[in-house]
Design a protein around this ligand. Structure first.
Ligand code: CTP
Length: 407
C-alpha cells in the first residue's frame, strides 16, 4: 500500500476560554512537529488560562487575538480564507452557540465565518452544559453544516464532578484535524469505513469512432481517485472502476479498467450487487456513435463535412437506483456550467429527482475550473434536495469531507 499524502497544511487553531486551553498547547505542538503552518487565534478568555507567549513560541507564528489589529490587511477575513482547516480546542458552550448562530463578534468567529475550510470542534465543558438542550441543538446544527465534532470524552472534569464534557486527548484532536484537512497519514486515520464495500467510478468514458478516434470528455479522474484513496485509508474495501484517468490510481484498491459507458455499466452493476456504497464520480458519455468503423475513417470519404449519428447511452446511475439492492447508498456527481447559484442548485435538485440517488455532489465547471484542477469546490445535497455539506479545498480534503458525511 502506498503512503497516504502528508502535505504541509495551513492550520488555524482556535482556542477559547476553558481550563482545557492548556491542552491546546499540545495540539499546536503536535501539528507544528508534523510540519504544518499553524496560526493560533485565541479569545480573550483563553488568554486568561494560557499566555500568548506560550502559543507564539510553540506555534512559531504570531498569535492572533484582536479583530481590530491588522485591519489594513483585512486579517479577520484573510486568516479564514487561507486556512486549509480550522480546529477549535477547547470549544466552549459559548463559542459553540456563537458559531451555531453565525455570530462574528471576535476574531475567531470572524475567521470561521469567512472560511470554507473544514471545521473541527473539540468541545470542553461541564456535563450539565454539554447536555443542555441549547448546546445539544447547537452541536446538531454545526454537525449538520459539516463540522467535525471530536469528543468530548467522559472523565474527571475541573471540579469534583466527572462525566461527559472533558476535552478529547490532543492526539485524537490532531488526527481528526489532519483527516479533515486531507493530510492524515494512514496510521492516524480513523477506520470508520472498516469492512464497508465501496464502489467508485472515476475518469471520463471514451466512445470509439474508429480504431484511432473517440468521443471523450475532460474529466481527469482526480476527485474519484481521491475518494478511492480516502475510503481505503478509512478501512473500506474499495473497487475503483476506471474510465480514462489522467492520474495514477491508488494502490490497495481493486481496479476495474473500462473504456465506454456500456462497459462501465456492466462493471458497476456487477460490483454494486455486493456494495454498501456506490459513488459515481465518473463523467459518463450520454451519447455514443451509432456505428463504430473498423477501419480508420479517411478524409476523402465524406465530401462536404462529416456527420456523426449518435445514440443515447443508458443512464447508469438512474438504472442502479431503479434496481437497487436494499442497504446500498448511491451517490452521484453533477458537474454543471450554470453561473447563477440558485439556478445551479435547482438544476441539481431536478437531477437528483431524475436519478433517484441518495446524494448528489455538485460542482461548477468551466473552461478553467473543475476538471484538471487539484482543487474542488462542492456542495452535497441529500435526496430531499437539502444542502447537507459544502466543501472547498484540495480534492483529497474534499474527498474526506464527502466520506465524513457518508460515514
Ligand atoms: N451518469 C450516469 N450515466 C450517464 C450519465 C451520467 O450514470 N449516462 C452519472 C454520472 O456518473 C454522475 C451523474 O450521473 O454521477 C450525473 O452526471 P451528469 O453528466 O451531470 O448528468 P446527465 O444525466 O448527463 O445530465 P445532463 O447531461 O442533462 O447534465
Amino acid at each position: 500500500m502506498d503512503a497516504a499524502p502528508n502535505p504541509r497544511r495551513r492550520i488555524v487553531v482556535g482556542v477559547t476560554g476553558g481550563i482545557a486551553a492548556y491542552k491546546a498547547v499540545q495540539v499546536v505542538r503536535e501539528l507544528v512537529l508534523a510540519g504544518h503552518d499553524v496560526h493560533v487565534v485565541a479569545t480573550e478568555a483563553a488568554l486568561r488560562f494560557v499566555g500568548a507567549p506560550t502559543f507564539e513560541a510553540i506555534s512559531r507564528n504570531r498569535i492572533e487575538t484582536d479583530l481590530y489589529e491588522g485591519v489594513a490587511e483585512v486579517r479577520h477575513v484573510a486568516l479564514g480564507q487561507s486556512a486549509d482547516v480550522i480546529v477549535i480546542a477547547p470549544a466552549t458552550a459559548n463559542t459553540i452557540a456563537r458559531l451555531a448562530a453565525g455570530l462574528a463578534d471576535d476574531l475567531l468567529t470572524n475567521t470561521v465565518l469567512a472560511s470554507r475550510a473544514p471545521l473541527v470542534l473539540a468541545p470542553a465543558m461541564h456535563t450539565e452544559m454539554w447536555q443542555n438542550p441549547a448546546t445539544v441543538a447547537n452541536v446538531a446544527t454545526l454537525r449538520e453544516r459539516g463540522a467535525v465534532i471530536v469528543g468530548p470524552a467522559t472523565g474527571q472534569l475541573t471540579g469534583n464532578d466527572s462525566g461527559p464534557g472533558r476535552m478529547e486527548e490532543p492526539e485524537v484532536i490532531v488526527a481528526a484535524t489532519l483527516q479533515a484537512a486531507g493530510a492524515a497519514s494512514s496510521l492516524a486515520t480513523v477506520q470508520d469505513f472498516s469492512g464497508r464495500r465501496v464502489v467508485i467510478t472515476a475518469g471520463g468514458t471514451r466512445e470509439p469512432l474508429d480504431p484511432v478516434r473517440f468521443l471523450g470528455n475532460r474529466s481527469s479522474g482526480r476527485q474519484g481517485v481521491a475518494l478511492a484513496s480516502a475510503a481505503r485509508n478509512r478501512g473500506a474495501d474499495v473497487v475503483l472502476i476506471t474510465a480514462h484517468l489522467e492520474v495514477e490510481p491508488p494502490d490497495g484498491v481493486s481496479l476495474v479498467p473500462v473504456g465506454t459507458a456500456l462497459e462501465l455499466q456492466v462493471a458497476v452493476t456487477d460490483a454494486a450487487a455486493s456494495a454498501d456504497l456506490v459513488i459515481m464520480a465518473a463523467a459518463v458519455a450520454d451519447y455514443r456513435p451509432e456505428r463504430t468503423s473498423d477501419a480508420k475513417i479517411k478524409k476523402g470519404q465524406a465530401h462536404e463535412g462529416l456527420s456523426l449519428e449518435l445514440v443515447q447511452n443508458p443512464d447508469i446511475l438512474a438504472d442502479l437506483a431503479a434496481h437497487r439492492s436494499p442497504g446500498v447508498t448511491l451517490v452521484g456527481f453533477a458537474a454543471e456550467t450554470e453561473p447563477d447559484d440558485e439556478r445551479l442548485i435547482e438544476t441539481a435538485r431536478q437531477k437528483l429527482r431524475r436519478k433517484g440517488c441518495d446524494y448528489l455532489v455538485l460542482n461548477r465547471v468551466g473552461w478553467s475550473t473543475g476538471f484538471a484542477s487539484e482543487r474542488n469546490e462542492v456542495m452535497m445535497l441529500d435526496s430531499a434536495g437539502d444542502i447537507v455539506m459544502t466543501a472547498a479545498g484540495a480534492k483529497d480534503s474534499v474527498a474526506d469531507r464527502i466520506l465524513d458525511r457518508l460515514a
